[in-house]
Design a protein around this ligand. Structure first.
Ligand code: GLA
Length: 383
């Protein structure tokens, strides 16, 4: 059954309502540009065909009832009080998005809704952004609000996550969820929010997600520490953000800089350059270069930025041993969760089977191989 139909069925069975609004918002896989977004740098994600779906019906009061068909759980709260649990539970995301959209002057109506998702939760594929954006579209539609410019909507969702849920993420995930396009990656400037689509031809290049099965650990604390280290580096280099620094500036100050701060800055500066090298190679259909740049990104995330782990390193090494693989790297914040590989189209299955059996034999964790496609961005409609 189609995902939207499943969501509508949950709405009928659990909350006794027929769907009037349907929404979908995708997760993302970042092709390249990792840990650059909060440095006002460049990223190049795709929106995936893994997504979060809502079926909803407006109410005549201020109550929100959301049945999560994936977790088999009902969340209920009032739009007047917007309670915060503070533990990153689903309710915090739902209330947080309502709180943040409220700051845009939207006056809401209560809503009954059911959600389901096939974005793996907490694995680095942006399950949070998919949830926020899909839910924001439901609230907007229920309120019959004027459609919001997609990037403005993405920023409102990021604010919900930063200031209500308490995760200081950058802007990449929410932007990817709204700006996605089929068979295209999104080259995004995280400072100006200008973007271009870059071809990712599905008939030649397959994106394969490799979930290490290793739960992500210490993500919040280590992520926030990286952010602080980057701010420190920018301060020492006399720039507003590391986006405005280059290797020449860094080398000039290297001697007076703490070694860790130096390496963090080097990752960000070089990663920004890699984003452009990768975008150009994609435009030229030079997939060998694309793959090399991906491998360099992983090495830099491992050595300079120190956000990898043995499981991510292993699965990327095993991926690269496959002749059909152009390159592989960890994806998202790191510290466990998923990696991705770019593979010759048509070879995804044999590639996936080989990586899985080699990884599972050598790791304490079971991997999951998930081929994904670059897909369109979020949307909603009334039934
Ligand atoms: C997480 C954050 C993003 C980005 C990545 C690292 O996914 O949500 O904003 O910073 O980590 O590139």
């Amino acid at each position: 059954m189609e995902m939207t139909q499943k969501a509508a069925q949950f709405l009928r069975e659990k909350l006794g309502r027929e769907a009037e609004i349907l929404s979908r918002a995708p997760g993302r896989v970042n092709i390249i540009g990792e840990h650059t977004d909060y440095n006002d740098g460049f990223v190049m994600p795709i929106a995936t065909d893994l997504a979060t779906y809502f079926a909803a019906a407006p109410r005549d009061d201020d109550t929100v009832r959301v049945y999560c068909g994936t977790a088999r759980e009902l969340v209920e709260f009032s739009l007047k009080t917007l309670p915060r649990r503070g533990d990153g539970h689903l309710q915090d995301y739902l209330a947080g998005v309502a709180w943040s959209l409220g700051m845009e002057g939207i006056s809401f109506r209560g809503v009954d809704a059911a959600l389901i998702t096939d974005v793996p939760i907490g694995s680095g594929l942006s399950s949070s952004a998919a949830l926020e954006v899909s839910w924001a579209l439901v609230l907007m539609a229920a309120a019959e609000a004027e459609p919001m410019e997609p990037r403005k909507l993405a920023l409102a969702c990021q604010r919900a996550e930063n200031d209500f849920v308490g995760m200081k993420c950058g802007v990449m995930d929410q932007m990817a969820s709204v700006l996605g396009r089929r068979d295209q990656a999104i080259l995004l400037d995280c400072w100006t929010l200008d973007y271009q689509h870059v071809p990712l031809p599905a008939d030649r290049l397959a994106v394969v997600v490799m979930d290490t099965g290793k739960p992500r650990q210490l993500v919040d604390s280590e992520y926030n520490l990286r952010r602080q280290q980057c701010e420190k580096a920018a301060q020492l280099l006399g720039v507003r953000a590391l986006r405005d620094a280059d290797m020449e500036m860094l080398m000039e100050r290297a001697e007076n800089m703490d070694e860790v701060i130096f390496r963090r800055a080097r990752h960000v500066i070089c990663e920004n350059e890699r984003v452009f090298e990768c975008a150009q190679a994609l435009r030229d259909a030079d997939f060998q270069t694309v793959g090399r740049v991906l491998n360099e990104s992983h090495a830099s995330l491992k050595e300079d930025y120190e956000v990898s782990c043995p499981e991510l390193d292993l699965i990327c090494e095993l991926a690269r041993e496959q002749p059909s693989c152009y390159g592989a790297r960890l994806v998202g914040a790191g510290f466990g969760g998923c990696a991705m590989a770019l593979v010759r189209s048509g070879d995804e299955e044999s590639f996936g089977a080989a990586v899985k059996s080699a990884y599972d034999a050598r790791s304490a964790y079971q991997s999951r191989i998930i081929p994904v496609h670059a897909d369109s961005g979020a949307g909603s409609f009334r039934c």
